[in-house]
Design a binder for this molecule. Sequence first.
Ligand code: DON
Length: 582
Amino acid sequence: MKKTTYTFLFFITALIGCKSETLETHIISTPIIAKAASVQRINTEAVGQKFAIATQGDHSTKAALQMFSMGGNIIDAAIAASFTLAVERPQSTGISGGGFFLFYEAKTKKTYAIDFRERGPHLVKENMFIDKNDVYQKSRSKNGILAVAVPGLVAGLFEIHQKFGSLPFEKTLEPARQLAENGFPVYPNLSEALLDRADILRQDPSASSIFLAKDLKPWPVGHILVQKDLAASLRKIQRKGRDGFYKGSIAKALIQLSKKENGLIDQMDLDNYHVRWREPLHGQFHGYEIFTMPPPSSGGVHVLQFLNILEKDNLAKHGIFTAKSIHLAGAALQEAFADRAQFLGDPDFSKIPVKALISLPYAESRRREISLDRARKANEVKMGNLQHYESSDTTHFSIMDDQGNAVASTQTINGWMGAGIVIPGTGIVLNNEMDDFTAQVGTANMFGAIGGKPNSIEPGKTPLSSMSPTIIIHDQKPLLSLGAPGGTRIISCVAQTILNYLEYKLPLYESIASIRYHHQWQPDILQIEMPGPTKIELKKLQDMGYEVSLSPVGCNVMAVAREGNNFHAVADPRDIGTSASE
Ligand code: DON
């Protein structure tokens, strides 16, 4: 079914809704489509009965589709999409990166949360990015070899495939290998990333030879980007699985580069890399069961915290883009991010008060701190007192199938083009995930996020993430699988999409395409996507004391929903993602 039909159905539903509701108590929500989402793109939405896929690329969606048509299962499709994304979006993810993978297995009715995020090399020091004058050297955690954390993607995908895949592992990598071998035209977002990172890429001969032209200018839109070395690396992983990356020539080239550049990663780090199978976080919103990523993601904790704080407000009765609703949601995000800065980090290294943070009594106490008509300044919003409640450039894709399985996975090399360096002879762009650690308590990382002691740099530790793959279950079946790239904004975007779908009852497309807002406590700004709410509501927000910035929020949601007998996939129309179904 086409998007226009959905929009039409939505308005019909809204009209019917108007008749059956008392208008005084229930203002029907009208979406305001974000300017960035109003560009007509092809294949962003798909509806089918066997399966549905939404990824942030065209080739990646097709790779997943190909696995299903070869008789593969949802995991084969997810692995194929992951490796193809690593080729198609070298600015966002890659085989030197890491990620989180949420899998609801119908057979066992169990949700798995798999953490294959990068870890701190064993030789790191807490103050490694602080100079002798106690100044944080920001570029060192973003560019070059010291920014690189131990990659986890290949280990994670291999292990997941071993446990749940059905086709031979080799086959799941083939679409990615072919894409790297044959190339694809550079698209605007990739070209923008290359331009943005050109100065860093220029300093590395391996990166320059792939991503820059002979005159060292970034490839323009339309240039066919061929990644022959990456194709050869994928071939090695096809043949050797995990060992193809963590041992042998790729590992050797990485260690040699690390030695030459005075980096820290060595073979011991690669040998000791372990995928962590974690217990997903579980919460409820209006009776829907929400399963999401636990620490070392902060995403799941704060998505649940946000929904808990707002559940009793029944925001739908105030209308979706009224000053009141935006204020309450913005204030809830402000509180969540204040807690993030204080409490979140790797649970294998510090005790993270997760239970308290996602408990209902704590949410109620936080909600009581929000006044109905006044914004609070960042210095008025402190992290909460948990004592009473504690008893003891990235990418995302979502897939669902008619067996009742669902996958939500977010993967990344962190910033655009990661650390801006490539392992010589391999075509592999290295991540800059070290920047997600708190280099110095109180200073911000590249997403402006302030971190606390639990996220300090330590050997073997996982840097705190905002990636929030989430699966919502209803009637014992997956209802919605979603997630997003976008740094700290991921949390706001995933939380709001859930709110739009479950609270405001918008159709999936409108839940994703509507304007979004983001508040991360510090900086003390309420960001709202253009065109923003109506002038009247905007003025009310400013009168409450918000500094509002009408600017892009910068994240893209990919989601699949089960709607009756159909699966409905939507790739955020703000970007080049596509959906497919059968
Ligand atoms: O794990 C995190 O939270 C970040 N490394 C994600 C980076 C990201 O989403 C970049 N996209 N804008």
